[in-house]
Design a protein around this ligand. Structure first.
Ligand SMILES: [Zn+2]
Length: 166
C-alpha cells in the first residue's frame, strides 16, 4: 500500500467516527477533517472544530484516535485542532445533509449570508411552512422548530458562516 492508499484508508475510517452531538453524521461528512498526514506508521490528523458552542472536542479526539489506532499498520494517531481554517456549515457534505434529515434534523441552509432570512424546510415533508419554537435547542448549534404542514416538531442546525471566507 502506498501513502495515498493509506490516506484513503484513514479517510474511510473517519467516515465511521460520529460527532457525539450529531449521531450518525461522521466527522468527515461534517467537514471537520482538514488534513490527513502520514509519516511511516504515524498518522497526523488536523481537524477544524465546528460550533464554538459544542464542547465535544475532547470526545471527538479520543474517538478519532481510538478508531485510527485500530488500523493494522498504524502505530500512533495524533489529532490536532486548527483554528486557522474556520469551519462553516457549508462544509457539510451532501451525504452528511441526508443523514441529518434522516434523524429529523434540518440541515443548515446553503450559501447563507449574515442578515439573510433563515428559511428552514421540514426534514419530514419538505415544507417551509415552519415556525421557530425554541431558538435554544438541546445544544447550542440546534434549534427546535415546528412544521405547520405535517405537524411535526423537528430540529434544525443553525447556519454558521465563516467570516474570513473568500
Ligand atoms: Zn413537515
Amino acid at each position: 500500500m502506498n501513502d495515498l492508499q493509506r490516506i484513503e484508508e484513514i479517510r474511510s475510517v473517519l467516515l465511521t467516527v460520529d460527532d457525539p452531538e450529531l449521531p450518525s453524521v461522521s466527522v468527515l461528512d461534517l467537514g471537520m477533517v482538514h488534513d490527513v498526514m502520514i509519516e511511516g506508521s504515524d498518522v497526523f490528523i488536523t481537524m477544524v472544530p465546528t460550533f464554538a458552542g459544542c464542547p465535544a472536542l475532547d470526545f471527538i479526539e479520543i474517538n478519532v484516535k481510538k478508531a485510527i489506532e485500530k488500523v493494522s499498520w498504524v502505530a500512533t494517531c495524533a489529532v490536532h485542532f486548527t483554528f486557522d481554517h474556520p469551519w462553516s456549515t457549508d462544509a457539510i457534505t451532501e451525504r452528511g445533509k441526508v443523514q441529518l434529515k434522516k434523524h429529523g434534523i434540518s440541515p443548515p441552509p446553503e450559501d447563507y449570508q449574515p442578515g439573510d432570512v433563515w428559511t428552514v424546510n421540514c426534514p419530514f415533508c419538505g415544507s417551509d411552512y415552519t415556525s421557530m419554537e425554541n431558538v435554544f435547542g438541546p445544544t447550542a448549534c440546534r434549534s427546535i422548530l415546528y412544521c405547520s404542514s405535517c405537524r411535526n416538531p423537528f430540529e434544525a442546525m443553525k447556519p454558521v458562516v465563516s467570516l474570513t471566507k473568500s
